[in-house]
Design a protein around this ligand. Structure first.
Ligand code: ADP
Length: 500
């Protein structure tokens, strides 16, 4: 049997997915498994690393079986929820603690202390990031300080750190390869995004011992092979990429100025800024998109990270029990013409870009006796569109041209009402591709390029196909009124949980 497929492993925040793609960039087989979200205390979120591994392995095996066996898989590409931090024992491979998830605010005080020491400009300049609890470095320090002896063991080289790409790579290769790529490393606050190397000065400030860190390898390139017993054959692993960068690649946003937005648990808007990082003055991040070969220049993005997008819909489902499944939100929200002046600011774990307030909390405001679940459902969808609009406006304020179209993907991009609301409040057409799984597709593309499965980026560009385009249709006066209400609601959500 010829190896005619690339297998993408997409380890997301709420589920592990595996998708096999053919040469035409279309999915051939898919499997998905959710896993437990742990909330040990308010605004702290963890995952069991063993659950990440076992769910990811199970879906990968399911897809390999579905396509008829491992001989059909030419290579594996890994993409992952970013920033989520795992520390494990190099000798046994066993995690020393639960993974701290990107959404967790557990390190807010650590970040505040670094800021109080006047270090924000240094971190900003060197890493492109703000000193926020979002990023991995302080999460590593938190894990090492949470139990006696761990820090000493880390300094002695007994422990390994990885974002989820690195942890999966380690497990898939039986502990032979401890590596990450610049797209993931650039989310740690420990990585110099120009030199593409770990930075000892930053490591010292954050309190992370150098021996825990993985090697840096290109985003696209052969890293090693899977242990033969996992799939019945050793399969090359040929890409590692953070999920948002992978989605940007899957949307074939290869040219400077191209923009994509992913509506998953959070919403992540990335603008390709070319081969030089752009410093933001409006609350955006500067981050590595990818490095396609050893020694090659990296591509960079200006990024707006919104923490709660689809997760706000999950709250409607699980917290309020207003809907049975996430897609049900569309009919409920569409049952009313407007929210009647109600706004939801879904700052359940603080606010990310462009506000960066870890102490903001969820705010439901403008309630009247006429407010019911339909208005709240609609306000929830609107909040997603408003947050993305704020990020685009920040990019424009940073000097980026206003996008001529917004390419979208992610689970919540299936929601037509949300996509129309987005086109309306942003006043920019929204383009939804035929393949919504662009994160997995991007990982497959990156792996396939590394082994010559696809020739070049031009060949990939030809595979992108439109599903539907949503044209803006809202009167300017209404848009301005809605955005004004939204911004007043955001102001009221800020600082709510500030420690006394
Ligand atoms: P992730 O990769 O972050 O786990 P996905 O891209 O799988 O996320 O998207 C899942 C998210 O999208 C969930 O938060 C879910 O609530 C939301 N979602 C899924 N379908 C819809 C829908 N039709 N309308 C609105 N939100 C949805």
């Amino acid at each position: 049997m010829a190896a005619d497929l690339i297998l993408a492993l997409d380890q997301g925040t709420t589920s592990s997915r595996a998708i096999a793609f053919g040469r035409d960039g279309r999915p051939v087989a898919t499997a998905q498994q959710p896993f437990e979200q742990r909330f040990p205390q308010p605004a702290h979120v963890t995952h069991d690393p063993e659950a990440l591994w076992s769910s990811q392995l199970a879906v990968a095996r399911e897809v390999v079986a579905a396509v008829g066996g491992p001989e059909r898989v030419a290579a594996i590409g890994i993409t992952n929820q970013r920033e989520t931090t795992v520390v494990w024992d190099r000798a046994t491979g066993a995690p020393v603690a639960d993974a701290i998830v990107w959404q967790s605010r557990i390190t807010a005080a650590r970040c505040e202390a670094l800021r109080a020491s006047g270090l924000e400009p240094l971190f900003r300049e060197r890493t492109g990031l703000t000193l926020d609890a979002y990023f991995s470095g302080p999460k590593i320090a938190h894990i090492l300080d949470a139990a006696p002896g761990l820090r000493e063991r880390a300094e002695g080289g007994e422990l390994a750190f990885g974002t989820v790409d690195t942890f999966l790579l380690w497990r898939l290769t039986g502990g032979h390869v401890h590596a990450t790529d610049p797209s993931n490393a650039s989310r740690t606050l420990l990585f110099d995004i120009r030199r593409l190397a770990w930075d000892d000065e930053l490591l010292g400030h954050v309190g992370v011992p150098r021996p825990v860190l993985p090697d840096i390898r290109p985003t696209s390139g052969i890293l090693g092979e899977t242990r033969p017993e996992l799939f019945g054959r050793a399969i090359p692993i040929a890409a590692l990429a953070g999920d948002q960068q992978a989605a940007t690649f899957g949307q074939v946003a290869f040219a400077p100025g191209e923009v994509k937005n992913t509506y998953g648990t959070g919403a992540f808007l990335l603008l390709n800024s070319g081969t030089r990082p752009v410093a933001s003055e409006h609350g955006l991040l500067s981050t590595v998109l990818w490095q396609l070969a050893p020694g090659a220049p990296a591509s960079y993005a200006l990024e707006g990270s919104v923490f709660m997008a689809g997760a706000a819909v999950q709250w409607l489902r699980d917290g309020l029990r207003a809907i049975a499944t996430a897609p049900d939100v569309e009919a409920l929200a569409a049952s009313v013409e407007d929210t009647g002046g109600v706004y939801l600011v879904p700052a359940f774990t603080g606010l990310g870009a462009p506000h960066w307030d870890p102490y903001a909390r969820g705010t439901l405001i403008g309630l009247t006796r006429g407010t019911g679940l339909p208005e709240i459902a609609r306000a929830t969808l609107e909040s997603i569109a408003y947050q993305v609009t704020d990020v685009v406006e920040a990019m424009v304020a940073d000097g980026a041209p206003r996008p001529t179209a917004l390419r979208v993907d992610g689970g919540a991009a299936a929601n037509d009402l949300l996509m129309q609301l987005q086109a309306d409040v942003l006043d920019v057409p929204v383009e939804r591709p035929a393949v919504l799984e662009t994160t997995a597709l991007g990982a497959a593309y990156l792996a396939g390029l590394a082994i010559g499965f696809w020739r070049d980026q031009a060949e990939l560009g030809a595979t992108w196909a439109l599903d539907r385009r949503f044209e803006p249709a809202m009167a300017a006066s209404r848009r301005e009124r809605l955005l004004d209400g939204w911004h007043r609601a955001v102001e009221r959500s800020k600082g709510w949980a500030r420690p006394e």
